[in-house]
Design a protein around this ligand. Structure first.
Ligand code: FAD
Length: 434
């Protein structure tokens, strides 16, 4: 039976089209070969990445993970989300040699986001560009759905904001990093840290051609909510259920929504411990999603989402053209974000706003700060935890302090109290409404 190298396989379906037995099936991001395969080998030549083998699987190949890599970089950034790409961009801009690794084959895809971002915050990183903006919003509306079935809607002005096109936005940031001199690799994952006497000295990199160790002075872990890099370094990145929002979202097409207004729906019945959102995407489309607090939800987020859409006639008339799912860390700051030769940024360092779940710009701010500190420490010849902790100190003095305050507010309002008038006031300010 034909064997599949899942590191190389890019799930394109070319092999499926030539199989005379119907033995191959593309199950979204998994190629399945069933028992009817007769080893005819026709699929092998049709595969553009050499991911299929007849007979025995050769195992881990030698020869490096695809495009050539240097043996050593100043900085290796793991993860090309907004946090990682800005870190790579800033480090390269400061003259450091940088490798930016992304395990997915396309940066920014699949999207795990509702795409909301404030103009004021984004412009300190990148000039707004219609290529990655789906809609410009100027209003916000808040609806409290009571258990008694009563609803109460408030709202009006809001800060200028955007509903982004994250696929394009994330890729644009990685392109900026590449333009500044960083080497970017897709479908290339970090699988472990290279340690020397307990100190981080590099990253084990696995790509389409195999696995290799690459050395560096500083690793920046920007691997998102999964946060494996920090765990490999011995930092505690495990989330408690109560600090996790489990989210599901449809991109609904064919609906009639205000194209300049973001809408929020709060109530234990609609999204226990969290909220639902409708973010317009232009052309009769909107991101319609919700997040539920993992320890209080009685059903999966997707069930709540289906029920919410069905309950809103203006949404129920639409069709879902995309399903997005994901977890959001709404947690207190971790006790450590650095260790010898390593820093964490973005979701990996739990730098999300605990009240809103927003984390794009926070991750970008952390990425920039981490690169700044990495450059200073490399120039001074000291990348120890003590030296790199300048990143923690500066973060905690600014963004970190605000996020810690927001976490305390979240804790002050247990899930049933989140629809209270007082909590709604806090939430309205947090999402930029007036
Ligand atoms: P990510 O964007 O998650 O990027 C991490 C990257 O690392 C990924 O590309 C991943 O593939 C890669 N990676 C992971 N492991 C490895 C590895 N071992 N090797 C190589 N690459 C690796 N925030 C907002 O501001 N506004 C919103 O409207 C909003 N809505 C959201 C809605 C949902 C449903 C969800 C789930 C999140 C939402 N967020 C929102 C949060 C926001 O998406 C994140 O905070 C933000 O993406 C964090 O950026 P990051 O760079 O830290 O991580």
């Amino acid at each position: 039976m034909v064997l599949v190298d899942h590191v190389r396989c890019t799930y394109c379906g070319s092999c499926v089209s030539v199989c005379p037995m119907g033995a191959l099936e593309l199950a979204e991001t998994r190629l399945i070969v069933d028992q009817s395969c007769v080893d005819c080998g026709l699929c092998l030549n049709a595969c553009p990445t050499g991911a299929l083998y007849a007979g025995t699987f050769p195992g881990a190949e030698t020869g490096g993970p695809g495009l050539p890599l240097r043996r050593h970089y100043d900085v290796i950034v793991v993860g090309a989300g907004p946090g990682g790409s800005v870190a790579a961009w800033e480090a390269a801009r400061r003259g450091l040699s940088v490798l930016l690794l992304e395990k997915r084959q396309e940066i920014g895809s699949p999207v795990r986001c509702a795409d909301g971002g404030a103009h004021e915050q984004l412009i300190s990183f990148i000039a707004p560009d219609p290529r990655w903006i789906s809609a410009t919003v100027t209003r916000a509306q808040f609806t409290v759905l009571g258990d008694d079935g009563l609803t109460h809607t408030t709202g009006g002005g809001g800060g200028l904001g955007y509903v982004l096109e994250r696929r394009v936005f994330d890729r644009t940031l990685a392109e900026e990093a590449a333009s500044a001199g960083a080497e970017v690799r897709v479908k290339t994952a970090a699988t472990a840290l290279v340690l020397d006497d307990g100190l981080v000295r590099g990253v084990r990199v696995r790509g389409p051609g195999g696995e290799t160790d690459v050395e560096c002075q500083v690793v920046i872990g920007a691997d998102g909510v999964e946060a494996r890099v920090g765990a490999w370094a011995g930092l505690d990145t495990t989330l408690r259920q109560r600090d996790t929002m489990s989210c599901a979202q449809f991109l609904l097409a064919g609906i009639d929504v205000d194209p300049a207004c973001t809408c929020y729906y709060i109530g234990m019945s609609v999204a226990p411990g969290g909220y639902a959102w409708v973010f317009p995407k232009g052309d009769g489309r909107a991101n319609v999603g919700l997040g539920v607090q993992a320890d209080v939800a009685e059903r999966p987020a997707l069930d709540y989402l289906v029920r919410f859409v069905e309950s809103q006639p203006h949404l129920a008339q639409g069709s879902p053209v995309t399903l997005v799912t994901g977890g959001v860390p709404v947690a207190p700051p971790p006790s450590r974000m650095v260790t010898d030769g390593l820093m964490l940024v973005g979701d990996a360092a739990r730098q999300v706003d605990p009240l809103t779940g927003g984390g794009i710009v926070n991750a970008m701010a952390a990425g920039r700060l981490a690169a700044e500190v990495a450059a200073e420490c490399i120039a001074a010849g000291d990348v120890s935890a003590a030296a790199l902790s300048a990143y923690e100190t500066r973060w905690l003095a600014g963004w970190g302090r605000r996020l810690a305050r927001r976490y305390r507010l979240k804790e002050r309002f247990p899930p049933p109290a989140r629809a209270s008038r007082e909590c709604m006031r806090v939430f309205t300010v947090a999402v930029g409404g007036k």
